[in-house]
Design a binder for this molecule. Sequence first.
Ligand SMILES: *Cc1c(COP(=O)(O)O)cnc(C)c1O
Length: 458
Amino acid sequence: MDQKIPYKIYLTESEIPTQWYNVRADMKVKPAPLIHPGDGHALTLEEMNPIFCEELNKQELDNDTQWFEIPKPVQEFYRMYRPSPLVRAYFLEKALGTPAKIYYKFEGNNTSGSHKLNSSIAQAYYAKAQGLKGVTTETGAGQWGTALSMACSYFGLDCKVYMVKVSYEQKPFRREVMRTYGANVTPSPSMTTEVGKKILANHPGTTGSLGCAISEAVETAVKTPGYRYVLGSVLNQVLLHQSIIGLEVKKALDKYNIKPDILIGCLGGGSNFGGFASPFLGEMLRGEANYHLIGVEPASCPSFTRGKFAYDFCDTGMICPLAKMYTLGSQFIPSSNHAGGLRFHGISPILAQLYHDGYFEARAVEQTAVFEAAELFARAEGILPAPESSHAIRVAIDEANKCKLNGEEKTIVFNLSGTGYFDLVAYQQFNDGVMTDVIPSDEAIAEGLAKLPKVGNE
Ligand SMILES: *Cc1c(COP(=O)(O)O)cnc(C)c1O
C-alpha cells in the first residue's frame, strides 16, 4: 500500500459541506422546464404547490442560485451517517494488476443502504417545515421507500409508500424495514386509487411498474389534505441534495492533492451520478478543468444510448407533468429477465441537457457482465455492492484494464451508490448461472418511442 494515501479517506465532521451546489447555475443552456401535459406551458410555482412541497418547488425552478444553505436539522441528521468514506481500492487494484489508481465513494453506510437518504431527509424536513401531515411516494426496489421512511420517522411525518407489486412480493424484508420506521406500504397497482383501478382493469394480474406506482402516489397526495408527493430521483431538487456526495469527494481528493482523470457513476433517474459529478461538471462548465465522466446504464433499459432527447411522461398513468429527458417512452417496460435495477424509462433533465451538450459519455452494459464485476469487487474489497452500483464498478474495471494494457496510471473515481443485501434474488440467479442478458430489439425501442406525447415535441 502507498503510505501517503490511507485506505479510507474520511473528512472530519466539521468538514462536511454545509451548502448544496446547484450545477444549473453554471449551465449555459439550462435544463428544459417541466411542462403541462395539456398545452405544454412551463409549470408555475402555483401549479406545482398542490402536488409538491413549496420550498422544494422553489429549488426545482431555481436555475440561478449556485449554493443553497443546508438547513441545520438536515446537517445534524447528516452527521449520523456522513461523511461517507472515499476508499482507495488497493485490493481491487491488486486483483486486477492495474497501474490505475482506483477510488470509490461509498454511500451504502446507512440502513437504507444507498445514497437516497441524502435527499429524503431534506425533502422530509421541508415537508415538516411547511406544516404538512405526511407525504406519499412510490418505490420500486425499495431503497427510496426505506430512505423516506427513515426520514419521515425522524421528523414525525406520516409516510405512504406505493411499492411496485412484484417487489412487494419478492422483497418482503424491505417492506418490513419500511414498516418498522412507521411507513404505510401498499402494493401497486392497488384499488385505493382511481388510476390503480383503471390500470388493474386494463391489465388484470399485472405486477406493476414504477410508472404506475408514481401515478397512484401522486393521486393520493393530491386527494389527501395535508399531504404532498415526493420523488427520489429525476427532479432537479434531488440532484441538488445529492451534490453532497460530489462535494465530499472533491474535498477528500483535494486534501491529498489527487486529480481524478475518470469519474464514473450508474444511471437510474440520474441522482447519484448527477450528485457525484456535479462539482466536477461545474468546473468543466466554468472552463476550469476537464474530466472524462462516464454514466453507466443497463443495456436492457438504455435511455441515453438508444433513447430520444424529448419531452415525455414520468409515469405510466400519464397524469404527471412532462419532463425533457432521454427516454425510451413512458410505456417502455424492461424485460422481466432484467434483475439488475435501473429500470426506469426516464432521466434527470439536467443530465439530459448536459449529455446533449457533450459533457459526459454514456455507456450501456449487460447484466451478467455487471454481476461478474460485482463478484470480483465483493471478493476483493469486501463490500457486497448493489446491482445498480455494480454498473459503475463494471466500467471502472474496464477502464482499469485499459490502463493495464496501455501502461497508464490514470486515477479513476467511481460512486458506489449502495449495498446489495436486498438483491439476493438477483445474486442467486447469477450464482446459479441462469442470469440472461436481454437487449431490447430495435422494434421494441421504436415502439416505445412512437408513443411519445406530441406536446413539447413539435
Ligand atoms: C436508486 C438507486 C440507484 C439509481 O438511482 P439514481 O437516481 O440514478 O441514483 C442507484 N444505486 C442505488 C444503490 C440505488 O438505490
